[in-house]
Design a protein around this ligand. Structure first.
Ligand SMILES: Nc1ncnc2c1ncn2[C@@H]1O[C@H](COP(=O)(O)OP(=O)(O)OP(=O)(O)O)[C@@H](O)[C@H]1O
Ligand SMILES: [Mg+2]
Length: 229
């Protein structure tokens, strides 16, 4: 029997209130499934709903209609606190706006991931240092976000998303502030870590070099009509 898809969306629509008092449809998805272990680059014009899609998959927001199932869980069936727990334990999310804790240093930002998920373990500090080293930030463990470059902060956010070995890794433009060499390193690291953990990886990007590095590619406009995977 085929494994249950990691992502399943059906008949989803999400609108936001617009400043003129009306509403603006940010995203529409017909039917979409992603199999476990897939590594997919998601592309689309600015404003086409990519961030909205990742926020729906992470349970940060809920759809106006339709179903969003992640790892077999219908996110709308969980209360807000349950969605927070689900995200903490199962989803590694690199926000487009990074969302690092400004008063915590890089290592503490990584340690916040197991702490918030209620999964604090003795090896956490060592894992945090090793992940920081893997993104080339061994010299920045004690730096707070405001004391780091944007590219460094981006790598802290990526390392933090990997901290809990999540089965689903969602990254919103994770290489936008990196030079070509760092970009290639970070993409390789994300793919390697996802494969190591048997995780499913979905990366939003505008960068053709990042798209080219992924075995599976998806344009967000292709989700609106009907079936896609
Ligand atoms: N909180 C919000 N309130 C009102 N409108 C919103 C909100 N979030 C998104 N939108 C609107 O929804 C649309 C899709 O936004 P979204 O952020 O998903 O696009 P995107 O594809 O991620 O774009 P980009 O490539 O620029 O990051 C946009 O037109 C935006 O104006
Ligand atoms: Mg976006």
């Amino acid at each position: 029997m085929a494994e249950r898809p990691v992502i399943r969306m059906e008949g989803v629509a999400k609108s936001f209130p617009s400043p003129d008092g009306g509403s603006l449809e940010a995203l529409r998805v017909g039917r979409w499934e992603v199999e476990a272990g897939a590594q997919t680059a998601l592309t689309g014009d600015s404003g086409s709903g990519k961030t909205t899609l990742l926020h729906l998959l992470a349970g940060v927001i809920l759809p106006d209609r339709g179903r969003v199932e992640v790892l077999g869980t219908d996110l709308a069936s969980l209360p807000e606190a349950g969605r927070d727990r689900f995200r903490g334990a199962s989803v590694g999310l690199v926000f487009q706006s990074l969302n690092l804790f400004p008063h915590l240093d890089a290592e503490e930002n990584l340690l916040a991931a197991p702490l918030l998920a209620g999964r604090k373990a003795p090896g956490d500090a060592e894992r945090a240092r090793s992940l920081l080293a893997r993104v080339g930030l061994e010299g920045r463990a004690r730096h707070r976000p405001g004391q780091m470059s944007l590219g460094e902060q981006q790598r802290v956010a990526i390392a933090r998303a990997l901290m809990n070995r999540p089965p689903l890794l969602l990254c919103d433009e994770p290489t936008g502030s990196l030079d070509g060499r760092r970009r290639d390193e970070v993409v390789a690291l994300l793919r390697e870590m996802a494969a190591e953990n048997g995780a499913t990886l979905l990366v939003v990007t505008h960068d053709d070099a990042v798209v080219a590095a992924f075995p599976s590619r998806l344009a967000i406009r292709d989700l609106a009509g009907g079936a896609a995977s």
